[in-house]
Design a protein around this ligand. Structure first.
Ligand code: PGA
Length: 261
């Protein structure tokens, strides 16, 4: 794993957006995995700026989102369909026919999950997957004890995740869906490159366990230690519990010029 500690969430997000922009420029028909939640918003804002001011062209890019709530229609303001439109898609020139988000209203949930896996394969796999991390170490909505080999499927959200996300539902826990469809940990592990973003002290323990702890389904993000190209971008508070944080800073500061982003 490459650990990149930055002074602020904005500084880390600019690096994440630059890595994504480099991919889009070098492979205009790339496949990008996208995430929702508070964490990726600044990265999306920077991608929108690069599109508007520097002509970053998304017209041939294909996207796959990690997850969606079961039971929320796409037009529901808290659905991840709506989130993506608001925070990214309507501001850039991505083609609607190349956007993929699990259908949380599918009657045949298992069939929808199999269809999603098939669509990822048919697109040639995901070149880069953007991830947040839950305060419990989840990636996508793969909660602790998720199989590290899992594929896209239905999951029951933990109480902690529902409480964490209640802020998007006016703090009303009763409104937060109980189930979701999420890419599996195995699905995420097949992406060619993974970028994980983590901001704030609330993520410090999950990050320390994911980066420096043993690989365990109790912290699904820890499996990314086995991924060949995983970059973990964070601000100082999220890095607060890392034992080797001075080493990670030293590595970043001494990166060969040709490797810099
Ligand atoms: P957050 O969620 O960005 O809203 O903190 C991260 C996640 O649950 O993956």
């Amino acid at each position: 794993m490459e650990i990149i500690i930055q002074p602020t969430p904005d500084a880390a997000s600019i690096i994440a957006a630059r890595i994504i922009a480099q991919l889009v420029r070098s492979k205009p028909d790339c496949v990008i995995g996208l995430a929702t939640g508070s964490t990726p918003i600044a990265t999306y804002n920077e991608l929108i700026r690069l599109h508007r001011e520097e002509g970053l062209d998304f017209s041939n890019v294909t996207t796959f989102n990690l997850d969606e709530y079961v039971g929320l229609p796409p037009e529901h303001p808290q659905s991840y369909h709506a989130f993506m439109q608001e925070h990214l898609f309507r501001h850039i020139n991505v083609s609607s026919k190349r956007i993929h988000i699990p259908n949380g209203m599918a009657k045949d949930v298992a069939g929808e999950c199999a269809r999603y896996e098939y669509a990822i394969r048919a697109a040639g796999g995901i070149d880069l997957q953007l991830l947040g991390i839950g305060s419990d170490g989840h990636i996508g909505f793969n909660e602790p004890t998720s199989s590290l080999a899992s594929r896209t499927r239905i999951k029951t959200l933990t109480e902690r995740t529902r409480e964490d996300n209640a802020r998007f539902f006016n703090g009303d826990l009763g409104q937060v869906p109980m189930h979701c469809i999420t890419m599996g940990v195995g699905t995420i592990m097949e992406c060619h490159q993974v970028l994980i973003l983590a901001f704030g002290a609330k993520k410090a323990q999950a990050i320390a366990e994911a980066v420096e702890g043993p690989i365990t389904a109790m912290n699904p993000a820890s499996i990314l230690q086995m991924h060949a190209v995983a970059k973990v971008l964070m601000d100082e508070p999220a890095a607060g519990s890392l034992r080797k944080r001075d080493y990670y800073r030293y590595v970043w500061e001494n990166k060969p010029t040709w490797q810099r982003v």
